[in-house]
Design a protein around this ligand. Structure first.
Ligand code: AR6
Length: 182
């Protein structure tokens, strides 16, 4: 586990399942535009939350790439689910800015709702095809640059499904904290 503290907010990188983060106020869903259950993260979250989540989502859809919306967590152990639509790599442009918008908008939404902790998956890096190394750099940079404006969020956790993805995110964190290292 890798921890970095900036001001009063900690960024934590772990390997795990986004649907099993009982100690964070919110978990982020890598959603589809219709906020329906799907594969990957969305499948895991909707399965664990139960059908009430999709019902609550219905009037909030469709959402646009980069947008984030908040719902209850239903049968998940968290208080809320924040649903983000990541960009489809090669289709939704500019994809780097849209991915940054996801992280920024989700964190701001959590902060606005007075939440203290939020867990993210690696948005867009599965079915949506965003190269993981590039996505990791954008995620880390956006999170670190958003931290100074936060009033409530004290923990931001990135939950990586695979050990190799965790390594890539750790390297991105190193690059961010030591930008001059080749
Ligand atoms: N916990 C943490 N990470 C996971 C989990 C999990 N349970 N399952 C997969 N990952 P994806 P996207 C990783 O495809 O690319 C859905 O069908 C996975 O290895 O879930 O944003 C939606 O309905 C990958 O690194 O999200 C959308 O249509 C990352 O999480 C579409 O897929 C994201 O993979 C969204 O695609």
């Amino acid at each position: 586990m890798e921890n970095k503290t900036t001001g009063n907010t900690r960024l934590e990188l772990i390997r795990g399942d986004i649907a099993h983060q009982p100690d964070t106020d919110a978990v982020v869903n890598a959603a589809n535009a219709q906020l329906r259950t799907g594969g990957g993260v969305a499948g895991a979250i909707h399965r664990a939350a139960g059908p009430g989540l999709e019902k609550e989502c219905r009037p909030l859809a469709p959402i646009k790439p980069g947008q984030a919306v908040i719902t209850g967590a239903h049968k998940l152990p968290n208080k809320h689910v924040i649903h983000c639509l990541g960009p489809v790599y090669g289709r939704d442009k500019p994809e780097d800015q849209l991915l940054a918008d996801c992280y920024r908008n989700a964190i701001r939404l959590a902060d606005k709702h007075g939440l203290q902790s939020i867990a993210f998956p690696a948005i867009s890096t599965g079915i949506f095809g965003f190269p993981i190394k590039e996505a990791a750099g954008i995620a880390i940079e956006t999170i670190m640059n958003t931290i100074p404006e936060l009033k409530n969020v004290r923990l931001i956790r990135l939950v990586l499904f695979a050990e190799k993805d965790l390594e890539i995110f750790r390297e991105a964190q190193e690059r961010f904290s030591k930008p001059d290292t080749p």
